[in-house]
Design a protein around this ligand. Structure first.
Ligand code: ATP
Ligand code: MG
Length: 410
């Protein structure tokens, strides 16, 4: 049923080495699910009855990571494979290995168990399949294979309780249903409506990881729409699309742009998407009587980043990038003398220009400024000069004033 040629060789060698040391070991989770669905797996995870310390002894190039959930990373030159020890999920052992908070959220789970027990701590039946590439057998204790055939996402156990244990599972259900084109079981839908609000207790670091999985994996627009129908976008994005029409269009354009870039094998970064979706917040804070108030604009940048950080972390390395894109939006409006040459040389020019095009699309402007920059960058120096001169002669207000944001307030 599963073709071993599609499996990472290093992962198979790790399983063989664990077997040689008398441990059980299986490929597990997303990779088995994806292989059965005819999708190329993103990564290959392994589950074993060896404890992290035992795994570490066998593999020289390995490291134990995590506290909440201890795992071992095993490396070679090109790959990194995650190996997890079977967990029992049994909360009767009260030695601090399993800790939950008042809402039932699991804060730590490091109680080892058997394969059978391990299946019950996984989120959905389709994610609880264990494949041994040596015997080519699949261990399926929760009808996962049946549900793959039926194309449905079913919770292991009562989804309300499972979402209390870990609210991120509600985001995962939505993400998998779009990725696989599977239906979501009715009881899961009800649990999302009822328990979705618990996402506000999840750490911003974890929600940033989830943000990237949801919006930077080629399904951003569909994921956004489905999350919207469950009212969950607010746990990932500060900006409310209901603010005005421009905002909802800009967010969709930015997500669509990300999906298209991935389709065309172009680079993507969470920085660009963050800059785009947070732009309406910046405008709202800095526009006075239809024009940008510079003092407010610069002050709002840190405020808006800080507010988004309370929802999802934004790693430091992206802050400068995001602010550059915002500041360059002002610079793109000012096109006198040497300014356009300077702007063009800015290392973030390309990203800022791409974002300008998105803004114009969303504002249904006349594509006036975007076209100007398209011409300016592709033409030689004499035409560049005349483009600037034309503006001066027309005494075009746009060239000298920070203007033209009014379409973005509607
Ligand atoms: P993908 O990698 O495509 O996002 P995946 O199913 O592999 O999907 P991972 O986050 O890589 O997702 O997790 C691997 C496996 O670990 C899952 O298939 C599931 O069995 C288990 N798992 C991951 N996160 C959770 C969770 N929050 N609750 C329960 N089980 C989980
Ligand atoms: Mg995975």
């Amino acid at each position: 049923m599963i073709n071993n040629k599609k499996i990472n060789k290093f992962a198979i060698s790790i399983i063989e080495d664990l077997h040689k040391n008398d441990f059980q070991a299986y490929l597990v989770g997303g990779c088995v699910r994806d292989l059965l669905c005819g999708i190329e797996p993103k990564d290959f995870d392994i589950a074993t009855n060896a404890t992290p310390n035992e795994i570490k002894k066998i593999f020289k190039a390995s490291r134990i990571i995590g506290k909440r959930f201890k795992l071992v990373h095993i490396y070679n030159r090109s790959d990194l494979i995650e190996v997890a020890t079977f967990r029992s999920g049994d909360d009767r052992i009260n030695d601090g290995s399993l800790i939950t908070d008042q809402s039932g959220k699991i804060l730590r789970d490091n109680i080892w168990g058997t394969l059978e027990q391990d299946t019950f701590r996984r989120d959905f039946t389709i994610n609880a399949l264990y494949y041994c590439p040596i015997t080519k057998k699949i261990e399926d204790h929760n009808n996962g294979i049946k549900h793959i055939h039926e194309k449905i996402i079913v919770s292991i156990g009562d989804p309300k309780k499972r979402f209390e244990e870990d609210p991120v599972r509600s985001l995962r259900a939505i993400r998998f249903s779009n990725k696989l084109q599977f239906k979501i079981d009715k009881s899961i839908k009800e649990a999302i409506y009822e328990k979705g609000h618990l996402l506000s207790n999840i750490s911003n670091a974890r929600l940033f990881d989830e943000f990237c999985k949801i919006f930077l994996n080629g399904m951003a627009e569909n994921n956004f729409n489905k999350l919207s129908s469950f009212g969950l976008n607010k746990y990932l994005i500060l900006t409310s699309p209901e603010k005005n029409e421009f905002t909802s269009r800009l967010i969709i354009e930015a997500l669509r742009n990300t999906d298209n870039r991935l389709k065309n094998n172009q680079s993507i970064t969470p920085g660009f998407l963050m800059a785009a979706v947070l732009w309406p917040e910046i405008l709202e804070k800095s526009i006075k009587k239809g024009a940008i108030n510079l003092r407010k604009f610069f002050r709002s940048m840190d405020q808006v980043l800080r507010k988004q950080q309370q929802i999802t972390a934004i790693p430091r390395k992206f802050h400068g990038y995001i602010k550059d894109i915002w500041v360059l939006q002002l610079k793109l409006h000012s096109r006198i003398g040497k300014q356009p040459y300077k702007t063009l040389k800015h290392p973030r020019f390309r990203a800022a220009y791409d974002f300008l095009l998105l803004r114009e699309k969303a504002a249904s402007n006349k594509k006036y400024l975007g076209d100007w920059w398209t011409n300016f960058q592709k033409n030689d120096d004499s035409i560049k000069k005349s483009l600037i001169k034309d503006l001066r002669e027309k005494n075009n207000e746009e060239s000298s004033k920070i203007f033209g944001f009014s379409a973005e307030l509607r």
